[in-house]
Design a protein around this ligand. Structure first.
Ligand code: CA
Ligand code: CA
Ligand code: CA
Ligand code: CA
Ligand code: CA
Ligand code: CA
Length: 379
């Protein structure tokens, strides 16, 4: 029976190739039927988050790219029981700020105040049901609250968070998803010394979303509806095009298991690149193309390596740039639910994996572009 199935799939695959051999991305769409999940070793980890062992505290990483030297970039990690931590690329904690239950976080670059240009970290703060935005100190990683006044969301419990920078208008936006399915989009207004937010648009998905991420180049917001699929939504405020990614729908893909959690974009200098999706229910990560109708490429898990592997991941981020000798081809950064050591367990943390290893799991390998800098999209 299995042989017949494989033979049948081969025929379908060969005929699919005949129809369209202009792109390799069609090739891999057959993987969900084959049900294979690749494995890669974890390379390194951050120090534990500040919480009790067993507490679900670490949630979402977001990497700030240093303006002149990417090896000095900083990994921010949300602690939904306390605030935001910052780690250097060896995983050492270099800053911690108590801010309440910050759930998801993201980074944006080159915002203009009267006398300075700043980079910012923002997040959904469940303590206040607020949208928080902080100015990043490039020397220390320190975060300074930079909004003119507190912004309380109208969604029922803030959950996901991302920034979007429009290539059309150069406007920066902050988006927050609520547990009620509503996503708010705020325009970020640059003042003399502070920023402020103005709600400009809302849209919604049928059931609870969390992870949201913007493709700043192509102008889309991806929304993870936890129990259903990933949505692709036009990022400009106003009339929205909303489509489901076909192979992100759980019913269409055995490799996607509830919850759909963190989302991240792998950028390249071309229009190509990837959307990465944390499939929490089977501790795996699914890869979709950014173009070609978001074809599904495949999934992988992170096993024990130099450090312990990852399970039940919440947030993720990915960096394509050369991050130094440990990660010359970039890194995938993920939250880990259980931070094992040889003979004991520590509080949760974040793991890092060499992007080159992930890229080479696949045949053909994924694109590796260690030159394009996402900062170029924030002008
Ligand atoms: Ca969790
Ligand atoms: Ca994030
Ligand atoms: Ca969740
Ligand atoms: Ca682990
Ligand atoms: Ca989460
Ligand atoms: Ca560990």
């Amino acid at each position: 029976m299995k042989f017949i199935l494989i033979a049948l799939l081969s025929v379908i695959f060969i005929s699919a190739c005949k129809k369209d051999n202009s792109t390799r991305f069609k090739y891999v769409e057959r993987i969900p039927i084959m049900d294979e999940i690749y494995k890669v070793d974890a390379d390194s980890e951050t120090e534990p988050i500040r919480a009790e062992v067993g507490a679900d505290a670490a949630d979402d990483p977001a990497v700030w790219i240093h303006p002149s030297d990417p090896t000095k970039s900083i990994i921010y990690g949300s602690n939904k029981l306390g605030g935001i931590a910052a780690y250097d690329l060896t995983g050492k904690e270099i800053m911690y700020t108590e801010q309440g239950s910050v759930n998801n976080i993201d980074i944006a670059y080159n915002l203009k105040l009267k006398d300075e240009t700043i980079d910012i970290c923002g997040g959904s703060n469940r303590t206040r049901d607020a949208i928080d935005i902080y100015k990043i100190d490039p020397e220390t990683g320190g975060l300074e609250y930079i909004l003119e006044e507190r912004v309380i969301s109208t969604v029922s419990s803030v959950y996901g968070f991302c920034f979007y920078h429009s290539q059309i208008t150069s406007i920066n936006y902050a988006l927050v998803s609520g547990k009620d399915g509503v996503i708010e989009q705020y325009e970020i207004i640059e003042g003399n010394e502070k920023l402020s937010l103005k709600l400009v648009s809302t849209f919604s998905v049928p059931s609870m979303p969390e992870g949201i991420v913007a493709d700043h180049k192509h102008g889309f917001i991806y929304v993870g509806e936890e129990d259903e699929c990933v949505w692709k939504v036009g990022a400009e405020p106003g009339v929205r095009n909303m489509v489901k990614l076909g192979y992100s729908i759980r019913a269409n893909n055995d490799n996607i298991k509830y919850d759909i959690e963190g989302l991240a974009i792998y950028y390249t200098s071309s229009d190509y690149g990837y959307l990465l999706v944390s499939s929490q229910g089977n501790s795996s990560y699914a890869i979709f193309t950014r173009t070609n109708d978001n074809a599904y490429i495949g999934s992988f898990q992170i096993e024990d390596g130099v450090v312990d592997g990852t399970t039940e991941t919440d947030g993720i981020d990915v960096v394509n740039l050369n991050l130094g000798s440990d990660f010359p081809l970039g890194a995938f950064i993920v939250q880990d639910n259980i931070n094992d050591e040889a003979d004991h367990v520590l509080p949760q943390n974040f793991k890092m994996v060499d992007w080159g290893k992930i890229a080479n799991l696949f045949d053909p390998p994924l694109l590796i572009d260690s030159n394009f800098n996402v900062r170029e999209l924030f002008k």
